[in-house]
Design a protein around this ligand. Structure first.
Ligand SMILES: [Zn+2]
Length: 299
């Protein structure tokens, strides 16, 4: 199946039109992520991407690799305040944060426009701790929120469910989407104790620090079921593998927990799903976790 994709600029003007075949999975990656990304996060990126090559996943005819371009400044200003933007520029990660947001925009647009059934977006900095006017924890710009804004501006999608399985509380995403009834925020966390903002479409899965595969799978099944009931235009998965037993976050998960999670998601959402890489630093965990998830996504 071929799709003619109109690629607009930030203001919606079509700047070029290209012919694309619809694929099962779009993988969004830029080599600059591994060179200029936040140090804790970047060491895992090349190993994880290379593992996909070694397993032949990127040679499949139903997989497309996309190199993103930086998000447009005007979009950033629709999500973050001028003070936030000045702060991120001063922190030294502005360029890689823009490129990371651009990666999520590219992946979500591929899916929303029907050019791919699913997407997996690599990033050089994470997003879920970036609020409207604050950032911490290797997160500078809220990549998911910026991409949601982009899709809404283009009228490609308006209703979203987010399952955030990174074991750190997605406080930035909650700050931005907490009051939004058209974004369901299903937020896993390891009992860090942050107060959840009240809102019409928020649910927190507070799991023990030593959460094992079984308990995680049970929460995942509930979360996916809630996402199904919400009937989103698009499901976003904030995919942190820092919950693995050999990575730095809460939880004591094995690689199999991530594969099983991806299977549960695929069974409920065979299409219209976009994974966004989040926390994690262990290259060996990243190799196995990302490749395992993508193998499940392309089944
Ligand atoms: Zn995390």
């Amino acid at each position: 199946m071929f799709w003619r994709a109109a690629i607009p600029d930030c203001h919606g003007c079509v700047v070029k039109s290209i012919l694309m075949e619809k694929v099962r999975l779009a993988v969004v990656y830029h080599p600059d992520f591994a060179l200029y990304g936040y140090p804790v996060l970047r060491e895992r990126l090349s190993p994880a991407f290379n593992e996909l090559k070694e397993r032949g996943l990127l040679d499949r005819p139903d997989v497309r690799v996309i190199e993103p371009v930086p998000a447009e400044d005007c979009l950033i200003g629709m999500v973050h305040t001028p003070a936030h933007i000045r702060g991120v520029k001063g922190a030294g990660y502005w360029e890689v944060a823009l490129l990371s947001a651009g990666a999520v925009i590219a992946g979500m647009e591929e899916v929303a426009a029907g050019r791919a059934e699913a997407a997996f977006c690599f990033v050089g900095s994470a997003g879920h701790h970036a609020s409207r006017e604050g950032f911490w924890g290797f997160c500078y710009l809220n990549d998911a929120a910026i991409a949601v804004r982009h899709l809404r501006e283009k009228r490609l999608a308006s209703r979203f469910a987010i399952i955030d399985i990174d074991p750190h509380f997605g406080d930035g995403t909650r700050d931005i989407f907490g009051p939004d009834p058209a974004v369901l925020h299903l937020n896993f966390h390891g009992g860090y104790g942050e107060e959840a903002a009240s809102g019409p479409a928020n649910h927190d899965f507070r799991l023990p620090w030593d959460c094992d595969d079984e308990r995680f799978a049970s929460a995942a099944e509930r979360a996916v079921s809630m996402a199904e009931d919400f009937r989103p235009d698009l499901l976003l998965v904030v995919f942190g593998h820092d919950g693995h037993s050999r990575d730095y976050g809460a939880f004591e998960l094995s690689i199999d927990a991530y594969r099983r999670f991806a299977r549960t998601v695929r069974e409920a959402f065979p299409a219209r799903v976009c994974y966004i890489l989040s926390g994690g630093s262990n290259p060996e965990v990243a190799r196995e976790a990302v490749a395992g998830v993508i193998e499940e996504m392309v089944l």
